[in-house]
Each structure stands twice: as structure tokens, then as C-alpha cells.
Design a protein around this ligand. Structure first.
Ligand code: ZN
Length: 337
């Protein structure tokens, strides 16, 4: 739609977005590179932003991966949506897609930046702060003021597999409604964590969906597909993209969860994994003494859904093995029509 047509139709013409020092006009597509520092070798490090704009006004959505550098499924979800041209020819609004925020973690196969600090515990960040704080600030200063909503893609930690789910902030009704559009297998409403991106979004009253799927440093096709499907649904329901939307599948709201921990140390082999419904007292794995003398079953202590499990082959007493969502209810789809 031309700006003249927009004026005739009474719509306000879409404004120019300026990211860093680069202006992106309505109807344009651009790659913006923001410098976030240097490696000790002198190599400059950039964060790459793919900006897609419709001429028609609409929401500005940030699609973000790699806040944690070893959470490759999230990076891959954002990369594939760009490769699949999901954001080309948007019907309205703007998508800013950042596949990889924490380049430092990515090149070190690490969740964090090289000094061990977590970018997602360093928001809103500071220009003179730690490296993690500087990475956080790049987003807070250059991108968040421009956007209306954030979808942030993560995975479980080392060897901890998360069944695909959306985390939304407890009490944030708008984010919860948007999470239903995403139609993940599970939604968890969590309290905000200090200095996290979710906390910044809450302060700004900006809806945010945090997707979790799979584990760090391991590609998981199921989680990647769920992430892409959910994001596509979210954008299609908001009439930003013209893509077919599959009939919704069941989403369970997990209101409370707790971990089943290892009672013994040894070699851990599970026989039920994430996504399964389990009953209190049910054996879901075994821990074997490597000398061959003893073995103990792992029994679940509550009835519910396994929303995460540990893929570590060797565990210590007290290690978290299965995350059981024990207070749950099915979400009605009438709400999303
Ligand atoms: Zn993460």
C-alpha cells in the first residue's frame, strides 16, 4: 500500500525505524550489524539483526535466539524462519529477527560470556558494566524501545532436556493470551527472575514469550519444529503473515512443578522421558552402580507430566532427573478463536 493510499484510507503511515544509525523504511528489508566489542585477538564482534517491514502499520515483534550461546535450538529456530522466508512480504507490522545475541557464548560453546556471567541475569545492562551487561545493553538500548512484543527462544541447560513449552510471567494476562496462540504442548507461568529480559519486559509492560525446547548444544528436530510452528501460528493469528494454520493441538497449563532427584549416584538410564504422563510411584528410570553390585529404581513422587528430564549418563545423589508438572489443566481453545 502506498503512503498516499494509507492517507486516503485514514491510516497513519508507518514510520521510519532507526536501529543503531541505520534507518529502515516501511516496506524495506535490511540487515543491521551492531558492534558489541572485540575478541582478545582484535576481531570485532557484531550482532546481526534481520529487519523486515511491511508498508502497513502493525506490531513490531522481536524474534530472538541465542541469549544463551550454547542453546542452539533457539538459534536454529530463528535461522530457519529467516531461511524459510517467513517474514518476507509481511501483511502488516515489522519483525526484527536476531538469531544469535550472545556471540561470545556461541563461539565458546557456553551459555555465558567468557567471564562466566549470564546475559539473561545482566539486564537492563550498562555500557561500562561486565561483558554480559554490555551485550544486554545492546538489546535494551537499540532494539527494545522499538518493539511491542518479544519472542525469546531457549533450551534446557547442560544435558537437561525441556519438552517444548512457553514460559510466561505470572499475572501477565496479555502474554498468557499470546502464549495460547503459540499453542505449545505446555505453558508455564513463572515468577520473574531478577535482571532477566522477562523482568525488563514486565517493567515496560511489554508482552514476552520465552520458548524452551530441547537441551543445550544438541539440535532437536521436534523442539525446532514446535518453535517454528508456534511462531508461525502467532504471526498468522495476528494477521502479519499469510500462512496456513494447522488446527490447534492440546496445550496443558502447568501451574506447579517439582524435580525428582537422584537418591543414589551412578549410571542413569531413563525409560520414560519428557512429554509422558506418569503416576505417583511409577518407575521412570534406573541408577546403576558401575561395579555391578547394586541398582535402584527412580520413582516419581507425584502424578503429572514430565516436562523436562536429565540426559546425563552419570549422575550424583541429589541431581535433578525429572521435572514433573503436577498441577495442570487443559487450556480451552474457545479462548483463542
Ligand atoms: Zn536459555
Amino acid at each position: 500500500m502506498s503512503s498516499e493510499m494509507q492517507e486516503e484510507s485514514g491510516q497513519v503511515p508507518e514510520r521510519v525505524l532507526t536501529i543503531g544509525d541505520q534507518a529502515v523504511n516501511p516496506g524495506e528489508k535490511a540487515m543491521v550489524r551492531l558492534n558489541v566489542g572485540r575478541l582478545p585477538s582484535g576481531t570485532r564482534i557484531f550482532v546481526h539483526l534481520h529487519v523486515f517491514r511491511s508498508e502497513v502499520p502493525g506490531p513490531v515483534i522481536l524474534v530472538l535466539g541465542g541469549v544463551h550461546g550454547d542453546e542452539i535450538n533457539g538459534i536454529e529456530i530463528v535461522r530457519r524462519t529467516i531461511e524459510q522466508k517467513l517474514y518476507e512480504n509481511l501483511k502488516c507490522g515489522t519483525v526484527i529477527a536476531i538469531p544469535l545475541l550472545n556471540v561470545y557464548g556461541f563461539i565458546n560453546f557456553s551459555r555465558d560470556v567468557p567471564d562466566g556471567k549470564d546475559v539473561n541475569r545482566s539486564f537492563p545492562g550498562s555500557l561500562r558494566g561486565s561483558l554480559a551487561s554490555r551485550v544486554a545493553r545492546l538489546l535494551t538500548k537499540n532494539v527494545l524501545p522499538l518493539v511491542d512484543m518479544v519472542v525469546d527462544f531457549h533450551t534446557g541447560g547442560a544435558a537437561r532436556y525441556n519438552y517444548p513449552h512457553i514460559r510466561s510471567t505470572r499475572g501477565d494476562e496479555l502474554s498468557f493470551e499470546l502464549a495460547k496462540y503459540f499453542n505449545p504442548p505446555f505453558i508455564m507461568c513463572k515468577p520473574v527472575i531478577s535482571r532477566s529480559l522477562r523482568k525488563v519486559a514486565k517493567t515496560k509492560n511489554m508482552p514476552i514469550l520465552v520458548f524452551e525446547g530441547g537441551e543445550s548444544l544438541r539440535l532437536d528436530g521436534f523442539s525446532i519444529n514446535k518453535g517454528i510452528e508456534g511462531l508461525t501460528r502467532l504471526l498468522a493469528i495476528q494477521q502479519m503473515v499469510d500462512r496456513p494454520v494447522a488446527p490447534p493441538k492440546r496445550t496443558m497449563l502447568i501451574e506447579k512443578s517439582s524435580w525428582v532427584r537422584a537418591s543414589e549416584s551412578g549410571i542413569f538410564i531413563w525409560n520414560k522421558s519428557s512429554g509422558a504422563f506418569v503416576e505417583k510411584g511409577e518407575p521412570v528410570g534406573m541408577i546403576y552402580d558401575p561395579k555391578g553390585a547394586r541398582s535402584v529404581p527412580v520413582l516419581v513422587n507425584r502424578t503429572g507430566y514430565i516436562i523436562g528430564h536429565n540426559n546425563a549418563s552419570v549422575v550424583n545423589q541429589g541431581d535433578a532427573l525429572f521435572n514433573i508438572g503436577y498441577r495442570y489443566k487443559e487450556i480451552s481453545y474457545a479462548d483463542t478463536d
